[in-house]
Design a protein around this ligand. Structure first.
Ligand SMILES: [Cu+2]
Length: 122
């Protein structure tokens, strides 16, 4: 009787230990996720511009654009530059010499990314 009681007590202690560890993992994971989302929202600003496509690099997912002034929360002076292009943008619809309107953002590392491209209708 005595031995059996002892075993039950040990099992109960292990259960509590495992339950406690799982609860801790959940609590630790949740705030980290929320913080990452909040940081991204706070730092992701966008701007609108127009320009002409100078080159399309589908392999590197970059395009070179000569653009006018970019306005919005995110601003940029007119220039010719290369942009990284977001995964949702269809690069096959773009070609050299095409006039476009575009939306850019700056990611948390300070790099500019084209989020959206609309060919300008003639
Ligand atoms: Cu620029």
């Amino acid at each position: 009787m005595k031995t059996r009681f002892a075993r039950v007590a040990v099992c109960a202690a292990i259960s509590v230990g495992i339950g406690g560890a799982a609860a801790n993992a959940t609590v630790q994971g949740a705030p980290r996720y929320t913080l990452a989302q909040a940081t991204e929202k706070a730092e992701k600003t966008t701007g609108q511009g127009e320009g002409v496509v100078r080159a399309v690099d589908a392999d590197e997912r970059r395009i070179m654009i000569t653009h006018g002034p970019v306005s919005g929360p995110l601003e940029m002076s007119p220039m010719t530059m290369a942009f990284r292009v977001a995964p949702n943008v269809d690069l096959s619809s773009l070609s050299k010499g095409m006039k476009i309107k575009f939306t850019i953002s700056r990611d948390t590392k300070g790099l500019y990314v084209i989020e959206d491209v609309r060919p300008e209708k003639p």
